[in-house]
Design a protein around this ligand. Structure first.
Ligand code: HEC
Length: 230
């Protein structure tokens, strides 16, 4: 069995918990475990050299440098780099919002990473899960056409947004979901002292991918005006 891959990142990034946002999602997708360290020996590093992957919203650019000489580790690090530049990697980077504020953006490299999206989740499972977990508040499709609550957008309307797949893959970082959603291996456990107003949604990254694959099959509801998110 290969050893964990070691990723060096600036201490401030580590302290902010960025590794907890991206590494479990990468591991889920590619079955490669990565541990983050602030200094010392590593197989790859976020820093000033290498391939540009993201930048701070307010400036500083981060690149990924693959420094290992081991060929197996190099191949795994290359997979990590490719994932960082994929739709799910970007969603993970952009979705990192400690205290509700986005810190990193991938916009600068967006032009060179237009890849065809694939949805490899299980659509039938996603369809069932969407109704169970999300149908309490969102209109999913004709199965709960009269359900959903008030101003909560329907899945067809959300499907009509340009960045719909990013929104779905990272729905749990967008309000109001963080207060009631727990993603296995990704989000921190609920604060035991929290006031419970809404029944929790407990879900796995695989189930989120299944829901996203299901949503891909929905007919987008065309909205009157184009919605641009910056
Ligand atoms: C308790 C109610 C509730 C549940 C359960 C819920 N949502 Fe939502 N969701 C909302 C509300 C309310 C909004 C609109 C928030 C806004 O526009 O400010 C929303 C918005 C969204 C958005 C758009 C986010 C954005 O930033 O525009 C996505 C995507 C989404 N939900 C996905 C899901 C998925 C997937 C599930 C099930 C796994 C789910 N939601 C479960 C209430 C809920």
């Amino acid at each position: 069995m290969a050893e964990d891959l070691i990723l060096r990142m600036p201490k401030t990034m580590l302290d902010a918990g960025f590794h907890k946002q991206i590494l479990p999602r990468f591991k889920f997708k590619h079955r490669i475990a990565v541990v983050a360290v602030p200094d010392g020996q590593a197989d790859m590093a976020f820093g000033e050299t290498g391939t540009q992957v993201f930048q701070k919203v307010d400036g500083a650019v981060f690149k990924l440098d693959i420094v290992t000489e081991d060929t197996d580790a190099q191949a795994q690090a290359a997979t990590f780099l490719k994932w960082l530049k994929s739709t799910s990697g970007k969603a993970a980077i952009e979705g990192f919002k400690p205290d509700g504020v986005q810190i990193y953006t991938t916009k600068v490299v967006a032009a060179e990473i237009k890849t065809d999206e694939t949805f490899d989740g299980d659509k039938a499972t996603g369809s069932r899960l969407a109704l169970v977990h999300c149908g309490r508040c969102h209109v999913i499709d004709k199965r709960n056409r009269m359900g959903g609550i008030g101003s909560t957008p329907s899945f067809a309307a959300l499907r009509g947004r340009e960045n719909w797949s990013d929104l779905f893959r990272a729905f749990y970082v967008h309000n109001p979901h963080p207060s009631f959603t727990q993603v296995a291996g990704v989000t921190d456990p609920f604060d035991p002292s929290r006031q419970i107003h809404v029944a929790p949604v407990e879900i796995t990254p695989e189930e989120i991918e299944a829901i996203t694959a299901f949503v891909a099959t929905l007919k987008p509801k065309q909205l009157g005006r184009p919605i641009k998110s910056n």
